[in-house]
Structures are given as C-alpha cells and as structure tokens.
Design a protein around this ligand. Structure first.
Ligand code: NAP
Length: 275
C-alpha cells in the first residue's frame, strides 16, 4: 500500500484528489487546517471509497511553525511517503499577513508548498519511487522577486494569486533539477477552471465574477482532480519530471528560466530558513 499526502484535502480539488487516491487503494493522509471540516472530509472519503486507510492530520500551511510541527508528527508516524500533492491554496482580495508577518497568499501558496516539500523530501527519497505533484494554475504572471509580499507595489488579489502560481511552477522546475538522478519526480499542473469555493472565499468583485463563471462553466472538482491523480499514480508518467500538465497533456511552460528559478529558490529558502 502506497502512502499519499494531500494538502487542502477537505474541499474542492484536494478532496477529490484524496478520494481518487483512496479509490485506488492507497493510504491517504488528508492535511487540513480545520479539524471539523477535515474530519467530515475524512469520513466522506473513507465511506465513499470503502478504504479505511484514510487519515486526517491538522496543519496551517500559512504558518511555518505549524508546518514544522506537522512534518515532525508525520515523519514520526509514517515510515513511508510515496506521493505528496501540494494543493492547498487561497485567493485573497485584500492584503493580509500570516501570524508570522508574511503576506498570506505568498505564505500559503508558495512557502507552504516549498517548506512542506523540503521537510518531507528525505522521506520521499527513502520511499522512492515517489512523486510530487504541485497544483499550479494557468493564471500565472506578475512575479516580482524584489517585492513578493506587495510591500512596495499596491496590492492586487489577482497579481498576488497569479505570482504565487507562477512561483509554484518555477519552484517545481528548480526542484526537479535537484531531483535529477533520483527516483523522485516533481511535476506541476493546471486543473482547469473548477467549480470550487476558492474564489468566493477570497472576496471582491473579480472573485465573485470568477466564482459565478466557474459555477456556470467550470469543471467539477472530480474532473479538476483527474490529472492530479493521474500524475500521482499512472505508469504513463513513470519517471517523467519537471513538466507542466493540463488535462493529462504535457504543455510548454513560459516560465523556464533557471537563473530566475534559482533566485526564487534562494529567496524561499531564506524566508523559511530551509536548506
Ligand atoms: N478552482 C480553480 O478553478 C483552480 C484553478 C487553477 C488552480 N487551482 C488551484 O487548486 C488548488 C485547490 O483549490 P480549490 O479550487 O480546490 O479551492 P478550495 O476548494 O478552496 O480548496 C483549497 C483548500 O486549501 C485549504 N487551505 C487554504 N489555506 C490553508 C492553510 N493555511 N492551511 C491549510 N489548508 C489551507 C482550504 O481549506 P479551508 O476549506 O479550510 O479553507 C481548502 O481545503 C489551489 O492551489 C488553487 O490555486 C484552482
């Protein structure tokens, strides 16, 4: 039985990813911030798949102290990790800071992926073959390495979200380079426009419009999770790494720039004091 960890697994794409992995018979750990929502999802995934090996662990991915506590607890209780799906994300109409004083979208969508992966990487290597799937987005742009927290730029929810998703892709390429020659792969993907509460939770007019559009024309969360589950498990992508995927197809990414990726990596390492 392979062990899979899915962040933000109580809602939307994460929940359907957890369900898809559980349906395939894997042990699935749901990493969620809210115990009630997390437990409801755990029960739902276990009941609908008939897989009793569905666990809940609590983590606030916008707080590095919480990520470190979570990683310690996970490593103590799970001798193996074969699949890490970094999925938890937010859209925030207004600039807010995490309890540790970092702009919330960057803290969650970028440093949350980065630090969790860093802390679990040795376990993934020991468990190889193993796979990392980063849920990114087609909405990606505006990364300003001099001002990732919008301290100088005026804040825009779209730009904060889009730069975080650009960073998710670039960090995936930098990670894939570091993993060359190992049996651990790292890929990034876009799930499509999916009908989830992501935008409505973030507030603001644009988010309301995006939410209304995704309700009318979006994919279901299950459809959004399809490529994630496929990347996490399919023999079709065995050994494939450092690639951007949409609807099970490899697509070119316009953010391939090793020098910028390395600058971003160094910045994230210094913001998390990770290796
Ligand atoms: N929906 C789309 O059209 C779309 C398109 C492209 C990419 N994506 C990406 O897909 C991923 C999943 O989003 P979704 O659409 O499925 O939205 P969603 O239903 O709102 O799911 C987001 C998940 O992340 C969790 N989360 C947020 N902040 C967290 C934190 N600090 N600590 C732990 N968990 C946290 C949420 O928990 P709560 O339930 O407690 O808030 C929720 O479980 C995101 O990375 C998003 O950027 C979505």
């Amino acid at each position: 039985m392979r062990t899979c960890l899915v962040t933000g697994a109580n809602s939307g794409i994460g929940r359907e990813t957890a369900r898809g992995l559980a349906r395939l018979g894997h042990r699935v750990v749901l990493a969620c911030r809210n115990p009630q929502r997390g437990e409801a999802a755990r029960r739902d995934v276990a009941a609908t798949t008939g897989n009793p090996a569905v666990e809940l662990m609590i983590v606030d991915l916008s707080r590095q102290a919480s990520i470190r506590d979570f990683a310690r607890a996970f490593l103590d209780s799970h001798p193996e990790l074969h699949v890490l799906v970094n999925n938890a994300g937010i859209w925030a109409n207004r600039r807010r800071e995490s309890p540790e004083g970092i702009e919330q979208t960057w803290a969650t969508n970028v440093l949350g992926y980065f630090l969790l992966t860093e802390l679990l990487l040795d376990r993934l290597r020991e468990s190889a073959p193993a796979r990392i799937v980063n849920v990114a987005s087609q909405l990606a742009r505006d990364l300003d390495l001099e001002d990732v927290e919008f301290r100088r730029r005026s804040y825009s929810g779209v730009s904060a979200y889009a730069q975080s998703k650009q960073a998710d892709r670039m960090l995936t390429w930098a990670l894939a380079r570091r993993l060359e020659g190992t049996a651990v792969t790292a890929n990034a993907m876009h799930p499509g426009g999916v009908n989830t509460p992501l935008f409505s939770k973030g507030g603001g007019l644009l988010a309301m419009a995006a939410s209304a559009f995704s309700k009318m024309a979006g994919k279901t969360p299950e459809e959004g999770a399809d490529t994630v589950v496929w990347l996490a498990t399919s023999p079709d992508v065995e050994g494939q790494s450092g690639t951007f995927w949409i609807d099970r197809h490899a697509v070119p990414c316009r953010f391939h720039d090793p020098a910028a990726e390395e600058r971003l990596w160094t910045l994230c390492a210094s913001m998390t004091r990770a290796a």
